[in-house]
Design a protein. Structure first.
Length: 197
C-alpha cells in the first residue's frame, strides 16, 4: 500500500485536488495590498524580461455565478520560470517576490500580466498560479490553484480525477494573441467561505 501511495504521488500530485478553503490570518502577506492603490489591472514583477509572457483575464462573479462582483481583491503569487519561489525576507516578514493584486471594476473584470511559471520536477510540482480572493465584507481565502493545460505533469489520470471532483475550470487553456499568451479565467466567489483543515 505504501508503494502504491508513492506511485500515485508520482503520477498525479494529490495536492491539486483539494477544493477546501483556507481562510487567511490577519498577518498573511496577502494583506500587504493595504499600502497600494489597486486597479483592475496589475503586472507581476519581472514580466518584461520573461520569455513566456502571459495575460490572465476574466470576470469575478458573486456566488450566484451571474452577477459581476465589483471591488473584489484578487491576489496571485507564483514560482519563477524554474519552478522556484523567490522568497523575500524583510524584518519579520516573508513573502513571494512574484506576486500582484487587482481590484475588480464595476463589471467584475480583472487582468494580470505575468508569465508561465515553471514546474518543479524535484518535488513533482506542476505549473501553478496561487490565487487568493477577498470581498470587502468577508475574510480573504485561498482558492484552488490555476493549472496549465500544456503542463506535462497534468496527466490524463489527473484530469479524470479533477473532472470527477467537478473542477476542470482550474485548467488555463492558453492561446496566442499578438505574440502574447492569453488565458480567460472567470471566477465564482464562495457564498460562505469556511476553513476546512
Amino acid at each position: 500500500m505504501k508503494h502504491f501511495v508513492h506511485l500515485l504521488l508520482l503520477l498525479c500530485p494529490i495536492i491539486i485536488y483539494s477544493q477546501d478553503t483556507t481562510l487567511l490570518s490577519e498577518n498573511d502577506p496577502f494583506y500587504d495590498y493595504k499600502e497600494l492603490q489597486l486597479s483592475n489591472t496589475a503586472t507581476i514583477p519581472g514580466f518584461d524580461s520573461k520569455k513566456q509572457k502571459l495575460k490572465v483575464t476574466g470576470t469575478i462573479y458573486q456566488s450566484d455565478g451571474v452577477t459581476p462582483a465589483e471591488g473584489v481583491i484578487l491576489y496571485i503569487e507564483q514560482p519563477d520560470e524554474d519552478g522556484d519561489f523567490n522568497v523575500i525576507k524583510e524584518e519579520d516578514k516573508k513573502y513571494v517576490q512574484n506576486r500582484g493584486w487587482i481590484k475588480t471594476d464595476a463589471n467584475g473584470q480583472y487582468t494580470f500580466f505575468t508569465y508561465v511559471p515553471g514546474s518543479d520536477r524535484r518535488y513533482n510540482r506542476m505549473q501553478q498560479l496561487y490565487p487568493i480572493v477577498k470581498e470587502s465584507t468577508k475574510p480573504g481565502y485561498a482558492m484552488a490553484t490555476f493549472l496549465f493545460d500544456e503542463d506535462p505533469l497534468l496527466t490524463k489520470r489527473c484530469r479524470k480525477r479533477m473532472a470527477k471532483k467537478g473542477d476542470p475550470s482550474r485548467i488555463l487553456k492558453l492561446k496566442t494573441v499578438d505574440g502574447l499568451l492569453v488565458a480567460q479565467k472567470d471566477i465564482v466567489l464562495q457564498e460562505n467561505p469556511v476553513t476546512t483543515k
